[in-house]
Design a protein around this ligand. Structure first.
Ligand SMILES: [Zn+2]
Length: 330
């Protein structure tokens, strides 16, 4: 048993499947659940951690504890976010296969370009955010831009077998454009990444070139709900034994959020930034103005995802005054 900070970090959650917890320094998420799936010749590691030495050391210790060597690993990345994908650059060798959805591989290629975050900043400024925004692209420093990786690109419905398990790759867009889950149909369990989490609501934000991320998320949640699942292995926090019920809770959360956004606009037109400032967040007794810039960015982009969902369904309208976009119930 390997522990750091008194916390058990390696657990065999199913026969031949080890959950290895990797710390996420300076992240409110605190840690990532990676999963080692042991095979005959090669093993599969699902998700990796930030590209930081502390993450790598914790992961290597976990692998040792689970009896696997780094050189024998192939990798599967559930999605593009740095806490799941960025350490990959520090783990691969010439023999490793890195499975990744074709859609998120494309996002990764765009996101490492500094112009990507400038375009996101532009969206924020148009939606009421005031300068200074923050030091640019905090998450990008976690990627190793100097190293090209050849991904094995996956599409919805592709199959991966490891040990006694046969997985179907399920495209579940929303949290990221190409988020993927691994579903074991016969044994009725799923590696759910950040699509369905037990103790927190996956953040739904705006992506360049994607019109309706919340609509896509709600659609893929509905698809997931139809699957017989007795256990979900998520990317953070606790395992999920009531998958269908948890999905219903997430659906209800967004329904309430959409109602909240609509009622905020009842008092008059507002920018996405202003709408976000009126929404309920876990602010830990600090005011919206004291909320760190990064958190305000996330909140505004999340408000925007909800506003655009409503706009596309003709529930709210928007107008541009000078360079700023205002949403209204007009
Ligand atoms: Zn995550």
């Amino acid at each position: 048993m390997y522990v750091w900070g008194g916390v058990l970090v390696v657990t065999e959650v199913l026969p031949g499947i080890f959950q290895i917890k990797v710390p996420l320094p300076n992240s409110p998420l605190k840690e990532l659940n990676t999963y080692l799936l042991k095979g005959k010749d090669k093993h599969l590691l699902v998700d990796t951690g930030f590209n930081m030495e502390r993450c790598k050391q914790a992961l290597l210790a976990g692998l040792r504890e689970a009896g696997a060597a780094l050189k024998d690993l192939d990798f599967f990345l559930t999605h593009v976010h740095a806490d799941h994908s960025a350490l990959i650059y520090n783990l691969v060798n010439d023999e490793s296969v890195v499975y990744f959805s074709a859609q998120d591989a494309e996002v990764l290629n765009e996101a490492v370009n500094p112009r990507y975050s400038l375009r996101i900043d532009k969206i924020l400024l148009k939606n009421g955010f005031q300068k200074p925004l923050r030091p640019l692209a905090a998450s990008q420093r976690f990627f190793d831009k100097n190293r090209e990786l050849n991904f094995y690109l996956l599409n919805d419905g592709d199959n991966i077998s490891v040990g006694d398990y046969n997985f179907t790759c399920l495209l579940t867009p929303g949290h990221s454009p190409g988020h993927m889950c691994l579903y074991e149909e016969e044994k009725k369990f799923i590696l759910s990444g950040d699509h369905v989490l037990a103790d927190m609501t996956p953040n739904i934000t705006i992506w360049l070139g994607k019109k309706d991320p919340l609509g896509e998320y709600l659609h893929s949640l509905e698809q997931m709900k139809k699957l017989p699942v007795v256990l979900a292995l998520p990317g953070h926090r606790s395992l999920i034994t009531d998958f269908e019920y948890r999905i219903s809770e997430l659906q209800l959360h967004h329904k309430n959020r959409l109602n909240e956004v609509e009622s905020i606009l009842q008092a008059g037109s507002k920018t996405a930034y202003e709408v976000a400032s009126f929404m309920k967040w876990d602010l830990k007794n600090i005011s919206w103005e004291e909320f760190p810039v990064m958190q305000r960015r996330f909140a505004t982009l999340e408000a925007l995802a909800h506003l655009e969902y409503l706009f596309l369904r003709q529930k709210v309208d928007k107008k541009k005054i000078k360079e700023t976009i205002f949403y209204c119930r007009c």
